[in-house]
Design a protein around this ligand. Structure first.
Ligand code: BDR
Ligand code: CA
Length: 311
């Protein structure tokens, strides 16, 4: 199994991604979970991460709190998508498991220095602040990361928080710029892919039919989250953005993409946080990311349902 650190701002779709990872020990070993401010402020994202670990029967999982604000900007949150708690939908008890001692950035740095070089994959599911701060503070870790597999950005689908930008990149574009320029191999799950893994009545019914607490939670979370997306995009259901990152680690054959150059806009007010993806190879800029464009949605939901059934 690949050793991973999940960096996250839960978020219902982050929650499903974490459950998928914790339910897949033959594919991924989760070394720890680091929380960042994003969908909601940090006190809620770190708490939500612990709620999810407890739901997965993993109160032993170290959950660290990280950065509470982007590098240079005021935090933008997404309660309009995820609700006041970030994990609205079913009522969940407060977590009993404690937060791990220490800062998420130190955990990321220490883990990468301790584990053999090239053996740890970072899985960012929110704004890239924690990862960028780790790279700024400890440039030596860049050469030790196996890969960064992240949810963020868009090409044909352009934006979901502004007309030009996807939320995770928009919230901390300077952090994203540092990550995309780091030289670390990057796999990107943009909106182009995540807007294809939509829930629908049958898919949500399959989660509920598992008859487990986790199955019911996933059904209720995606139902909540669905209301917003259906109204806004007129889509059939909710996009399961963040689980695409974990699904790729388990079944890369479900996805198709291109190895291209991706740069992040940090200057223009109009297009701030846009991922300028050279999909057609019109520049000679270095290829720095495997940018996904397509996914087998039925295969994705079959995998997700099979794995959630284990919890
Ligand atoms: C991303 O933004 C968040 O709202 C989701 O959790 C996902 O990571 C989608 O743009
Ligand atoms: Ca997220």
């Amino acid at each position: 199994p690949r050793k991973i650190i999940i960096d996250t701002d839960p978020g219902q779709d982050d929650a499903v991604a974490i459950l998928l990872a914790l339910a897949s020990p033959e594919d991924v070993t989760v070394l720890g979970i680091t929380a960042v401010a994003g969908n909601v402020p940090l006190p809620l994202t770190q708490k939500n991460a612990r709620i999810i670990c407890e739901l997965a029967g993993r109160p032993d999982m170290p959950v660290y709190a990280g950065c509470d604000a982007p590098l240079k900007r005021t935090l933008v949150t997404a309660e309009h998508v995820h609700g006041k708690t970030g994990l609205d939908g079913p009522v969940m008890p407060d977590p009993v498991m404690p937060l791990a001692q220490g800062h998420a950035v130190d955990f990321i740095i220490d883990t990468l220095r301790r584990e053999p070089a090239g053996s740890v994959t970072l899985c960012p599911l929110g704004p890239l602040t924690n990862i960028a701060v780790a790279l700024q503070r400890a440039p030596d870790i860049a050469g030790r990361v196996q890969e960064i597999v992240l949810m963020g950005g868009a090409y044909f689908e352009v934006g979901n928080i502004t007309p030009a930008a996807e939320f995770n990149i928009y919230v901390d574009p300077e952090a994203a710029d540092i990550v995309f320029k780091s030289g670390i191999p990057i796999v990107v799950m943009p909106l182009d892919v995540t807007h294809k893994v939509l829930t629908n009545k049958a898919r949500v019914a399959a989660f509920r039919a598992l008859g487990t607490q986790a199955g019911t939670m996933v059904a209720e979370w995606t139902d909540f989250f669905e209301r917003f997306d259906m109204a806004k995009y007129g889509s059939e259901g909710a996009p399961l953005h963040d689980p695409c990152v974990i699904a790729w680690l388990i079944r890369p054959d479900l996805f198709k993409g291109r190895h291209i150059n991706v740069e992040v806009e940090t200057g223009s007010e109009l297009t701030l946080g846009m991922t300028v993806a050279d999909w057609w190879g019109v520049t000679k800029r270095p290829k720095n990311a495997l940018f996904m464009g397509d996914v087998d949605a039925d295969g994705f939901f079959a995998l997700l349902t099979e794995r959630i059934a284990r919890i």
